[in-house]
Design a protein around this ligand. Structure first.
Ligand code: HEM
Length: 505
């Protein structure tokens, strides 16, 4: 069986908030948290806010228009809203049907299980989400490419919310860094699953563009090379979900109350990054590694092992050095699998073009098993959860954005990543990646893969190690990170409802 476009569900694109399925992708993003002081007034304000919420349809059209207009900066401001369970409770909404255990708790109650530092059962580094009292009832996501337009719009929303009994309790501004890097200097936002589903039925118009030559046997499985098509119920309630064994076969939607339809679960983690410490690790450890291996390994080479990509995004499995012909080509930059992959044809500008394949690296000689991108997405490899396509069940739609200034501009400032990811099950998506794989040195592939040295945590901030086999010197060494470079400083588990839910509040 192949999946034809007509077999995919029509998405309620005018009802689904736009940052989940499509992604704002704006240069700036304000996150503003509110506590509800006056339920009746807040409910009316939130009902009215529904008219300002940017739907998937609107964000999709905005992004097409924006890419045609570049480099002119668009001053359009996009708005989305999410609720904690406590916010819904404050609005007297009946949340008794919620089954997801994560949604019922402030992040702080789960801090230990998430790998965050705790003392006497309390997270030590949180600036929000320790308890119900400092978890936002409502979190607004307000994005624009124009920072002045964004500042004005956010200020206006905050003041009208205040008049309606919504007290601002938290705010951060995310800002995209030059060349789309995160603060450690690596290009981010490259690899993402492509949600299946149509924006219109006649003619069938897919949300995720299809680039593969229809003559390829996997044309119905990929958006771009390396981008698996995933049934949308993995990200939005009310749609078919992905099968554990057959990547084509849709499964029943996730069980959820009717009011969750066209909504998503959103995990927000405020991740502080210590760039000075990360650079010191790269410099110290590359020196000791060079001694052990008897040849020079520099900090950039060690960084590529830790992330699984060179700073410009070139996958370590594809090249022993950064390669602009790979990193600047969106058809090549994500086309790899650890078991090797054949060449594939794409149709670009009406011409068929061949994207090269590459040999396997099951042993992790070019991209180690502990590399961040391999720990969180082992792609085609069997894992402790099952066979290859199974790994796609755990993927989320990542919409994170850095916050704070570049280290070289203001070393003493706080900086990091506002990690945002959409899904329909915290337990079988975020938790699997974060806790069962990223923080677990014994998973996902081998049983002794080592820590994700970039982001993985062990709860107490103690040293973390990972085994490296160097094929040139034919030696095994341990790479040890003496401290954590990424420290979670709180966040929340949220529900991002449909626009009609807001209207009916
Ligand atoms: C400050 C913390 C983090 C940093 C600096 C970071 C950095 C990166 C970078 C540089 C990439 C490669 C670019 C790309 O493929 O898009 C990446 C990919 C990825 N990250 Fe992270 N990340 C962080 C936190 C997390 C967390 C908390 C999770 C999940 C719980 C996560 C999940 C992923 C996934 C799923 C990918 C794509 C892997 C692939 O498909 O190949 N990251 N990250």
């Amino acid at each position: 069986m192949t999946v034809r476009l007509e077999d995919e569900p029509v998405l309620a694109a005018a009802d689904i908030q736009g940052n989940s399925l499509r992604g704002f992708d704006t240069k700036y993003l304000d996150l503003v948290g509110f506590k509800i002081d006056d339920a009746a007034k807040s409910r009316a304000w939130l009902r009215a806010l529904a008219d300002s919420i940017s739907s998937t349809q609107l964000v999709h059209e905005h992004r097409i228009r924006r890419s045609a207009q570049r480099p002119k900066i668009s001053s359009r401001v996009l708005v989305n809203a999410a609720f904690s369970k406590f916010g819904l409770d404050s609005l007297s909404f009946d949340t008794s049907e919620i089954e997801d255990g994560f949604l019922k708790e402030p992040m702080g109650s789960l801090a230990g299980a998430l790998g965050d530092r705790v003392a006497d059962g309390q997270p030590t580094d949180y600036v929000l989400g320790k308890a119900v009292a400092d978890t936002p009832d409502v979190l607004l996501l307000i994005g624009s490419d124009d920072d002045a337009a964004l500042t004005a719009q956010t200020a206006s929303i905050v003041s009208s919310a205040a008049a309606a009994g919504l007290r601002k309790s938290y705010a951060d501004r995310g800002n995209v860094l030059p060349n789309q890097i995160e603060h450690f200097g690596f290009r981010d936002g490259i690899s993402a699953p492509g949600p299946r589903g149509l924006l219109a039925k006649n003619p069938p118009t897919p949300l995720t563009l299809r680039w593969i030559d229809p003559a390829e046997p996997v044309a119905d499985l990929l958006g771009k090379p390396g981008q698996p098509l995933i049934w949308p119920g993995q990200f939005v309630f009310g749609y078919p979900t992905q099968s554990a064994t057959d990547p084509r076969m849709p499964q029943a939607p996730r069980q959820a109350p009717k009011w969750m339809e066209n909504g998503s679960l959103l995990v927000f983690r405020r991740l502080r990054q210590d760039v000075g410490l990360f650079r010191k690790f790269l410099s110290d450890t590359s020196t000791t590694l060079s001694q052990s291996l008897g040849r020079t390994i520099n900090g950039d080479q060690l960084g590529a092992l830790v992330v699984g990509r060179w700073k410009d995004g070139t996958p370590a499995i594809l090249s022993p050095a950064p390669d602009a012909s790979i990193s600047s080509d969106e058809m090549r930059v994500n086309y790899f699998a650890y078991g090797g992959i054949p060449e594939i044809r794409v149709v670009r500008d009406r011409k068929v073009q061949t994207i090269p394949g590459h040999p396997a690296d099951v042993e992790g000689l070019r991209c180690p098993h502990f590399a961040h991108i391999r720990k969180v997405n082992p792609r085609d490899q069997p894992t402790n959860k099952g066979q290859g396509e199974f790994t796609q069940l755990f993927q989320m739609l990542r919409r994170g954005i850095p916050f704070g200034p570049l280290y070289d501009e203001k070393p003493e400032a706080e900086r990091g990543l506002l990690f945002l990811a959409y899904q329909t099950s915290f337990n079988s998506q975020f938790r699997e990646l974060n806790t069962d794989w990223m923080n677990n040195p014994d998973a996902p592939e081998l049983g002794n893969d080592g820590y994700d040295l970039l982001v993985g945590q062990n709860g107490d901030g103690a040293a973390r190690s990972a085994p490296l086999h160097d094929s040139t010197a034919n030696v095994d060494v341990q790479i040890t990170a003496p401290a954590q470079f990424v420290v979670p400083t709180g966040g929340a588990f949220l529900f991002c409802p449909s626009i009609s839910f807001l209207r009916a509040l």
